[in-house]
Design a protein around this ligand. Structure first.
Ligand code: HEM
Length: 406
C-alpha cells in the first residue's frame, strides 16, 4: 500500500548512521526508492524522490527542525531561544517579513560587485601552489576562499577570515550531537553575535559598499531591520556560507580530476562551465538533506502524517531520482538541467546565498581550469578521505598535481 496513514504503510528502512548512508553510497537509497518515496529511519521519515522533496519543502505546516536542539537543560533552553531568531528557524509570516527585507538588499548586484574580489582572492590562493605544481586543495585553496568572500560581502576586514572560519568550525561541531560541546558552542555563539553587532553599529556610523550597509538602509512598507536582526543575519550568512561552498568546490574539483575527458572539454570550452557547476551541485550536494517537523496533521502525496512527525528531505536522493535525471549515477557536465537541482532546497527557505555560491564556484573553477589545466589526483582517488554524509559532506583532503608555472 502506497497511500494512507504513515504508520500503516509497509516502508523500507534506512540506517542514517550506517556505513552505506554516511559514506554517500547510494545503492540502498536507490533500492528503497523503488519501493516507496519514503523510508523509515531512527529519527524520522527520509523523503527520497524529487517530487516528494519538492512538495515537503513547500508545505505550509512543516517547519524547519534541528537535530542540534534535541536535549534540554538550562543551556539547551538558551540555545533554543537564540536559534529562533535565525532565518531558517523562522516560520510563516515571521519568516516572510524578514526575508522580504533581506531580499531587497541581497540582490544580483550584491553578487556581481563581488566577482572581481572572488577572482583576486582566489588568484592569490593559487599563486603559490601553481608555482609548485602540486597542492592539498582542501587546506590550501578551498578552505580560505569562502570565509574571505563572506568578509568581503559583509564589509568585515578580510584579515579576520580565520576567526570567522574558527567560529563556524565550533558552531558546526553541534552536528556531532554531543552535549559535552554545548558550553563551547554557546560561548562561540555569543562571541559571534557580539562581533557582528559591533560591525553593524560601526556601519551605521560609517556605511560602505557592502551588504550590512545596504541592510541598514532597507525599508519596505515602513518596516526596517533592527541592528540585532542584521547581526543575526550576518551570523547566518557566515555559518551557512562558509563550510558549504568550500566543500562543494573541493567535491567538484575531485569529480573533474577523476574524469580528464570532461575536465579537458571544460578547458577547451568555458561555455560548458555553468552546466558543469549544476552537475557538481546535483551529483554531490554537500548539504545531504534537511529536517522538517509537522505543526499539524499533514498529507503529502496521499500519505497522512500526524502532528509532530519528523520528515527528512534527502537532497542526495532527490538529485539522483531517475524520474527526473536519466542515468542519474553518471556524472555528465553536458546534462540537461531543465529541472533545478534540489541542492539549495526550495520554497520559502530556498538558499539565500545560492547565487553567491554559484558565482563563487564559477569564478574559482574558471581560474583552476586556466592555471592548472591538467590537474589530477596525486595518488589513488579511492584513497581520498570523505566526510560522513551527516552535517556537511566533502573530501577531508584532496592532493592534486599538475604542470607548474601557469
Ligand atoms: C554550495 C553552497 C551552498 C549550499 C549547498 C547551500 C544549501 C542550502 C540549503 C539546502 C538551504 C535550505 C535549508 C532548508 O530549507 O532546510 C539553505 C538555506 C540558506 N542558505 Fe545556503 N547553501 C550554500 C551556500 C550558501 C551561501 C554562500 C550563503 C550566504 C552567504 C547561504 C546562506 C543561506 C541562508 C541564510 C539560508 C536560510 C534561508 C532561509 O531560511 O530563508 N548559503 N542553503
Amino acid at each position: 500500500m502506497r497511500t494512507g496513514d504513515v504508520d500503516t504503510l509497509d516502508l523500507p528502512e534506512i540506517d542514517l548512521f550506517g556505513d552505506a548512508f554516511r559514506t554517500g553510497r547510494h545503492d540502498d537509497v536507490a533500492a528503497a526508492r523503488e519501493r516507496h518515496w519514503l523510508a523509515r529511519t531512527g529519527i524520522g521519515y527520509l523523503v527520497l524522490t524529487y517530487e516528494a522533496v519538492h512538495a515537503v519543502l513547500r508545505h505550509p505546516d512543516l517547519k524547519f527542525a534541528s537535530m542540534t536542539l534535541l536535549g534540554g537543560g538550562e543551556l539547551g533552553a538558551l540555545m533554543y531561544e537564540r536559534s529562533q531568531r535565525n532565518l531558517l528557524h523562522r516560520h510563516g509570516e515571521r519568516h516572510t517579513q524578514f526575508r522580504k527585507l533581506v531580499n531587497r538588499a541581497f540582490t544580483p548586484r550584491t553578487v556581481d560587485r563581488l566577482r572581481p574580489d572572488m577572482r583576486r582572492l582566489f588568484a592569490d590562493l593559487l599563486d603559490p601552489v601553481c608555482r609548485r605544481g602540486s597542492c592539498e586543495f582542501v587546506r590550501e585553496v578551498a578552505f580560505p576562499y569562502p570565509p574571505q568572500m563572506i568578509c568581503a560581502l559583509l564589509g568585515v576586514d578580510g584579515s579576520r577570515w580565520r576567526e570567522v572560519s574558527d567560529w563556524v568550525e565550533v558552531l558546526f561541531s553541534s552536528f556531532q550531537l554531543d552535549p559535552a560541546n554545548r558550553p563551547r558552542i554557546w560561548e562561540t555563539q555569543q562571541q559571534l553575535d557580539a562581533a557582528m553587532l559591533e560591525v553593524v553599529q560601526r556601519k551605521r556610523v560609517e556605511p560602505g559598499d557592502d551588504l550590512v550597509s545596504d541592510l541598514l538602509a532597507v525599508e519596505v512598507d515602513g518596516d526596517r531591520l533592527s541592528d540585532v536582526d542584521i547581526a543575526t543575519l550576518a551570523d547566518n550568512l557566515i555559518t551557512a556560507g562558509t563550510d558549504t561552498t568550500r566543500n562543494q568546490l573541493a567535491s567538484g574539483v575531485f569529480d573533474l580530476a577523476i574524469r580528464p575527458d570532461q575536465r579537458d572539454a571544460l578547458v577547451r570550452d568555458r561555455s560548458l562551465l555553468p552546466g558543469a557547476v549544476e552537475e557538481m551541485l546535483r551529483y554531490r550536494p554537500v548539504v545531504p538533506g534537511t529536517m522538517r517537523e509537522a505543526l499539524a496533521e499533514v498529507e503529502i502525496l496521499g500519505v497522512r502524517f500526524p502532528r509532530g512527525t519528523v520528515l527528512l528531505p534527502a537532497f542526495t536522493a532527490a538529485n539522483r531520482d531517475p524520474a527526473v535525471y536519466p542515468d542519474p549515477e553518471r556524472f555528465d557536465i553536458t546534462r540537461d538541467h531543465a529541472q533545478p537541482v534540489q541542492t539549495f532546497g526550495g520554497g520559502a527557505h530556498f538558499c539565500l546565498g545560492a547565487a553567491l555560491a554559484r558565482a563563487e564556484l564559477h569564478e574559482s573553477l574558471d581560474l583552476v581550469l586556466d592555471r592548472m589545466p591538467n590537474f589530477v589526483i596525486d595518488g589513488d582517488p579511492d584513497a581520498v578521505p570523505w566526510k560522513p554524509m551527516v552535517g556537511i559532506g566533502g573530501p577531508e583532503a584532496l592532493p592534486l598535481r599538475f604542470d607548474p608555472g601557469h
